[in-house]
Design a protein around this ligand. Structure first.
Ligand code: HEC
Ligand code: HEC
Length: 274
């Protein structure tokens, strides 16, 4: 398992990442650097030539994406680690090497689906391909069941109230550098406007309001990050426990990869196995 521990993400200084992302969006918005615009213009072309024209995505293309390295950004092939429903040889008992396996999802407890055929936006596989775990740059093997993470979970499940628990136990965690693994605090980046990514984690109001300003990759705002009573569906909780795939991918890699657009389209078309 040494390849698992030898991951690139550890080398990423989260603050440098933060600066890179800022300059990335600024550049992409104005003239554009060759590196980042390359992917963006490919995605644009795929949207125009494949998605708008309703070209049918065959399962054979998806099968290749799952078995090729670098298919969604630099990293090992999905099927290296998810190739069978036997959880002793395949993480989460997730078999991404067959169409049925993709539809079945994770067969290890907790059992869960990773795709919702007919829906291009929802599903665990899309979250794991698009979203970086927080704090940005946290190593993938940082435990996900720590007391601090459970404190956030319980606060959400108990109704996400602005009470003593929130003010004495939850809010301070966002300012503590090592509260959730990694070495930067949440509020190094998520401060009141113009905080990076326009999510203010310095007050109850900020946390409840969620993402309030356009950052370039979303059409609809605001985005609630907390759903009172439901930690599983709360983005805030998901971002603390879900690692971006493939394992060790550099968090500054653009997540709007053309192949991700194609995967979404295959899902929207019903995830047909032919
Ligand atoms: C080097 C091994 C490795 C590679 C490569 C890898 N994964 Fe994973 N994956 C894991 C591990 C370990 C977990 C469980 C721990 C976690 O969620 O971080 C996991 C979890 C997941 C989950 C969450 C399943 C659940 O029920 O929680 C999804 C979805 C997923 N991977 C999809 C992918 C996709 C898609 C790719 C290819 C882009 C990929 N993985 C590549 C090791 C890997
Ligand atoms: C180094 C900067 C940085 C740090 C530290 C950081 N974040 Fe983030 N966060 C970002 C960026 C950039 C994004 C959007 C891009 C992405 O998904 O990677 C983001 C996205 C999010 C989102 C998703 C918002 C959405 O649009 O859906 C949540 C929730 C979040 N962060 C919570 C946290 C929490 C909680 C912490 C502390 C554990 C934290 N972040 C630490 C930079 C950071």
């Amino acid at each position: 398992m040494s390849y698992l521990t030898n991951i690139k993400i550890k080398a990423v200084n989260a603050l440098a990442a933060c600066l890179l992302i800022v300059s990335y969006s600024a550049e992409a918005a104005s003239s554009g650097s060759l590196l980042t615009m390359g992917l963006a213009s490919r995605t644009q072309a795929i949207e125009k030539l494949v998605i708008e024209k309703k070209i049918k995505i065959p399962y054979s293309y998806i099968a290749q994406l799952m078995s090729l390295p670098n298919a969604f950004g630099e990293g090992e092939a999905c099927t290296l680690c998810h190739s069978s429903s036997n959880s002793t040889v395949s993480y989460r008992g997730l078999d991404l090497s067959t169409c049925e396996g993709i539809k079945e999802g994770s067969t290890e407890s907790p059992l869960r689906k990773i795709v919702m055929p007919g829906n291009s936006e929802e599903g665990l596989i899309l979250r794991h391909l698009r979203n970086n775990r927080m704090p940005l740059g946290v190593p993938f093997d940082s435990p996900v069941d720590t007391q601090n993470i459970l404190t956030i979970k319980k606060w959400i499940d108990d109704g996400a109230k602005n009470n003593t628990i929130f003010n004495s136990k939850v809010l301070p965690l966002f300012t503590q550098p090592d509260a959730f693994g990694g070495s930067v605090s949440c509020i190094q980046c998520h401060v009141p406007n113009p905080g990076l990514h326009y999510l203010d984690l310095t007050s109850h109001k900020g946390v409840i309001n969620g993402v309030t300003r356009q950052t370039g990759w979303r059409d609809t705002l605001p985005v609630k990050v907390v759903i009172a009573g439901n930690s599983a569906d709360s983005i805030l909780f998901q971002r603390l426990v879900e690692n971006r795939m493939p394992v060790g991918i550099n968090p500054v890699e653009n997540s709007e990869h053309p192949n991700l657009t194609i995967l979404s389209s295959w899902l929207a078309q019903g995830a047909n196995c032919d």
